[in-house]
Write a protein that binds this ligand. Structure first.
Ligand code: UD1
Length: 338
């Protein structure tokens, strides 16, 4: 079986990708330092998959730890690199934490990939690289704008590091620009586990629905959109996870390739639409209020995912309603079992 290293494999998108790798016949090996994830997710994964998963507690910024792992493991087919800090607000307050962690881990990996002749890299980038876009629908050719946060800047710089390394012949890479990942595995056994107060809409909303938080504040209702609230492209995390498998298969067929792909549904939904849909599919009434705009939020952005469809043979299959149902199943599981 082909061994695929999943850094940050205990995290939200990483854990769902581990499931899809197993489903596709790969052998995922998780590297995680559990700085923003919970070790119990591994047990959940093993229950879901009915098999053991190899896990190493490794911090990718520690080059020696990583080098030892590469040496002992051998025969690595590819790497899917998720391990990174991702809180936009925290990155503004502590930029060095973000530059150090997100960039050094990537550079360590690329150096060791080169030394060990591991060719395939799938990297998690973000639609944040488009900044405040000129058009609501963005293609991969849309210009990257100045980053609105150090977090966003680490994604932009990471993309450049990967492209330059591929030009130097060090690796083949698929850079995936995620739109807004939401939802959870339909089994209800894995999902998002935010530490502290969630920054993102769906985990905050499910905690309000569960009675853990009082009220959802919708950040602004006077944007230049049909209902005045921001528009995003919400993608089910299982669809997103599958895109990584397709990207890996594309790299296998195209040695030396390096390309960037939007991973979204191609549909925009407003915050109000999402909240109303959550209430409807789960038959729950949410306590909510309209608040101030959140600084740095763009009014509307969604993906043109045509390129991923054409080249990676990937397309989102699940709806926003599916994702909101699965997110609530997970939140309910947490409430009863965690
Ligand atoms: C952010 C990041 C993105 C990252 C994504 C997932 C930026 C600009 N965006 O996206 O890079 O991939 O998180 O981690 O860096 N909202 C509310 N109330 C809340 C929370 C959010 O109304 O309590 C609204 C926001 O104003 C926004 C929408 O919900 O319009 C989605 O917000 P969020 O889930 O935080 O994601 P983004 O900011 O789009």
């Amino acid at each position: 079986m082909k061994k695929v290293i999943v850094t940050g494999g205990a995290g939200f998108i990483g854990s769902h990708t581990v499931v899809e790798l197993v489903n596709a016949g790969y052998e995922p090996i998780i590297l995680d330092n559990f700085s923003n994830s919970d070790e119990r997710i591994i047990k959940q994964l093993e229950q879901l998959l009915d098999q053991e998963i190899e896990v190493h507690n490794i911090d990718c910024t520690k080059e020696q730890q990583l080098a030892r792992f590469f040496l002992l493991e051998g025969n690595i087919h590819g790497i899917i690199h998720f391990a990174a800090h991702k809180a936009v607000g925290e990155s503004v307050k502590d930029p060095l934490k973000y530059y150090r962690n997100n960039l050094i881990s990537l550079m360590n990996l690329i150096k060791l990939m080169k030394e060990s002749e591991v060719k395939n890299l799938v990297f998690s980038s973000s639609c944040t690289v488009y900044g405040e876009p000129d058009t609501t629908v963005v293609t991969e050719k849309s210009p990257r704008k100045e980053a609105a946060s150090p977090y966003g800047n680490t994604k932009r710089i990471s993309e450049d590091i990967i492209i330059d390394s591929s030009i130097a012949g060090d690796l083949s890479a698929a850079v995936l620009r995620y739109f807004n990942p939401i939802g959870a595995h339909p089994s209800g056994l894995i999902g998002e586990l935010p530490l502290g107060v969630p920054n993102n809409l769906v985990p905050y909303l499910t905690q309000v629905a569960a009675g853990q938080r009082e009220c959802l504040t919708i950040f602004g209702d006077d944007y230049d959109t049909p209902d005045g609230t921001c528009i995003r492209d919400y993608i089910h995390v299982v669809d997103l996870a599958k895109a990584h498998v397709n990207a890996l298969q594309w790299l296998e067929k195209n040695p030396g390739a390096c390309d960037t792909f939007n991973i979204g549904t191609g549909n925009g939904h407003s915050v109000l639409e999402l909240v109303n849909s959550f209430e409807k599919v789960n038959d729950i009434s949410l306590n909510r209020t309209i608040g101030e705009k959140r600084p740095g939020d763009v009014s509307a952005i969604y993906a043109d995912s045509e390129k991923a469809e054409q080249i990676l043979n990937w397309q989102a299959e699940l709806s926003m309603a599916d994702a909101l149902k699965d997110a609530w199943t997970w939140q309910t599981y947490l409430k009863n079992n965690w």
